[in-house]
Every structure is written in structure tokens, then in C-alpha cells.
Design a protein around this ligand. Sequence first.
Ligand code: NAP
Ligand code: ZN
Ligand code: ZN
Length: 349
Amino acid sequence: MNTRNVKAFGTEAALKPLTDLTIGRREVEPQDVEIEILYCGICHSDLHSVHNDWGDTIYPVVPGHEIVGRITRVGSGVTKFKVGELAGVGCIVDSCRECEHCHEGEEQFCDKGWTAVFNSPDKKHGGVTYGGFSESIVVDENYVVHIPETLDLPGAAPILCAGITVYSPLKHWGAGPGKQIGIIGIGGLGHMAIKIAKAMGARVTVFTTSQAKADDARHLGADEVVLSTDANQMAACPKQDMILDTVSAKHDVNVYLNLLKVDGSLVIVGLPNEPLEVGAFNVVNGRKSFAGSNIGGIAETQEVIDFCAKHHITADIELINIQDVNEAFERLEKGQVKYRFVIDMASLK
Ligand code: NAP
Ligand code: ZN
Ligand code: ZN
């Protein structure tokens, strides 16, 4: 396979800082588009991967899966994109395209396993995929979405993971008028969930461990804010139809099961590396569900991009240069980002 060298930022080991790397990108094949990466968000999953929290990291790793850029080349068979257009790439860059889930546009549940934009063995081309902390990327057009020119580009990048990851379960569990939706954790996912659930018409309760974020949560659209470390505030909290849990570390989910209405659902999207314990009594009483959700398919990713454009939703971001990424990871680890770091990829040049 022909490749060309491009600049990237990544690391060779779990405890080493990220630094300049050179990686090979494949030459554009008939179905491929080449994208000059303009902005890339930093998700907590990038941090989990760099640290090998989930035990599956293949080094060197080049993270980044909230990619917004411009098309610079198109393959001979490309029909959906033209050179010069904006484009977005999220977590998924390939799947089997044949199973029932791929046919239904839920590539995230592909029977054969989907190919992630980084840290994933590339079944078709060999080697391992490298993500968005790089100057360009080559992706099959079927796994690329359109980004409207009206969206603020750095603020739009986090929609490609944080946005779709919360939009998909909010829609699936029926967030909308008359529904009481709880959001746990005001980070990258959580702050997008507040905005999206409000735009869907739901009443939103936010649970945070950070008193300093409580006022922000109201500005982001929350109707109620509960400091989850305060037992009195938790006891006074109204019962919820669905609670979306975006917490990145081990925590007690049983206190939230107890805040659900009868038939309510606690839906996990956060991915702590340790198991979460569920007391049987906490789900049996009230016929409650303890559920999960994983990103979203390509069609739904386009849907959330269009939804956000329509409702003027972008992420609240801190724009950084790639050279500041190690410091950004340290702050992300401590939950000290308001509310998503996005890298200005021009700084890599
Ligand atoms: P983030 O920006 O770091 O936000 C996580 C938030 O969780 C923090 O801001 C904090 O909110 C809260 N938190 C952190 N540690 C906590 C603790 N020990 N106890 C209670 N609350 C705590 O991370 P993110 O990028 O939003 O990602 C969140 C999680 O979702 C990560 O595990 C990530 O890997 C995962 N994820 C999953 C999917 C999926 O498809 N399922 C997709 C993307 C990301 P407060 O300060 O408000 O308490
Ligand atoms: Zn992510
Ligand atoms: Zn499939």
C-alpha cells in the first residue's frame, strides 16, 4: 500500500508525554477523501487510551476522534464530497457494511466489529489506525459527515464524539417535552448533554461533584443543579425519567437508581475501567433499567450535526495549541476543563 508521511502528535508508551511523530497515511483510494484537519477535540477516551486504562492500547498511539477539516483530495469514485468542502470524522472509520446493524445505520454495533479512527487494527489496509492529532487523514467517504459552513468550527468538533454519544441515548430514551432528564458530570459529554436535552424540550437536572460548576450548569440550560456530594440536595431532588451518566471514574450508581421514577433508566456512557456495582434491590424496586449506550452510527452523527446547527449548539471550548496537549490531559484528568479542549491543528505545521 502506498503511503505518504504526515506530521502527527502521539506517544510511544503509557507514561511518556505526547510528542511529534511522523505517520504514514494511505494514498487516496477510489472511495476515499483526504481531509486537512483544522480542529480536533480532546475526549476523555483519548486520555483513557493514552494511559492504557482499558488495557487495549497499541503504541505508538495517535489519539483524536473529534475531527473537523476541509477536503483536499477525493478518490475517483467519491460522490458525496468535493474538494474544498468541510468534513467531519468521529470514532468510526469502517465496519463490515453487511450485518443487520450496519444496514440499520448502527455501525457502532457491527457484528464483525467496527474500525475505530485510532488505536484499531485496520482490517482492510493492515496496520493500526492513527487519529486526529495529525495534519491530515484519509477516510472512506461513507464514514465522513458534512459540516455546515454556519457552525463555529472549533466548537463543532466535539459534536463528533461528545455530541453524538449523548444525542443517541437521549433520543433513544425519549428525551423531550414532559420528560425529566438527569445528567451526571459536567465535562465534555455532560455539558453537551445539557444543551441537547434542553433543545429536545426536556426538563434537565444536573448532578455535579464540583460546586464551582453549578452556576455554569444553569447557564448551559439546566433547570436544577444538584451537588451530588450533598445528601440533603440528593434527597430533595425530583425523580427522573432517565439519567445519563457521563462519569469517567468509578462511582456509586445506586444513589442515582434511587432517583429514578418507576420504569426509569440509568444509562451509562462514561467508561470507568473498574466495574460499577448495582444493588439488585435498587433496580427491582420500581422496575428500573441499568443500561448503556455507545457513540452512534454515521447517519445519526450527521443527524446530530444538523440538529446542533439548527439549534445553534456548539461546545464550550478552550482552544489550545498541540504543544499544550500534555498539560491539557493533566487538567482533563482532574476534571478541570470548561468544557472541552480543542486543538488548533495549524499549530502542528
Ligand atoms: P470529562 O470531560 O473528563 O468529564 C467527566 C466528568 O465526570 C467530570 O467533568 C466530572 O464532572 C465527573 N467526574 C470525574 N471523576 C469523577 C468521580 N471520581 N466521581 C464523580 N464524578 C466524576 O470526560 P468526557 O470526555 O466527558 O468523557 C466522560 C466519559 O465518557 C469517559 O469515561 C469517556 O471515556 C467516556 N466516553 C464514552 C463514550 C461512549 O460511547 N460510551 C464516548 C465518549 C466518551 P463534575 O465535575 O461535574 O462532577
Ligand atoms: Zn470520545
Ligand atoms: Zn457490520
